[in-house]
Design a protein around this ligand. Structure first.
Ligand code: ZN
Length: 96
């Protein structure tokens, strides 16, 4: 039995967090993503190739790191390519 979480957080079957959709991300003016590997390698990508109903977490297992060769990644909105004021709001909300 897995440990019960302290509070309910929606996750995929493998335990990764379910993230926002590309449509939601684009609706706040962010059109790029950053793909992070656990080794520290990361790459910025144009998010406009993915459909609105896709979630950032849906594409995480698809990436294979070019630096260390491992599969799986952390996909985050690239606020630098969007509105910098929105980016600051987003950081503040994530910290709370
Ligand atoms: Zn890596």
């Amino acid at each position: 039995m897995p440990r019960p979480p302290r509070r309910y957080t929606p996750t995929h079957a493998d335990g990764r967090l379910i993230k926002i959709t590309f449509g939601e991300m684009r609706s706040v003016g962010v059109h790029g993503i950053l793909v992070y590997c656990h080794c520290g390698h990361h790459v910025g990508l144009d998010a406009n190739r993915w459909a609105d109903e896709m979630r950032l977490s849906d594409i995480e297992p698809r990436f294979v790191c070019v630096a260390c060769g491992s599969r799986g990644s952390d996909v985050r909105p690239n606020f630098d390519r969007g509105n910098p004021r929105l980016a600051k709001i987003g950081v503040k909300e994530a910290a709370n």
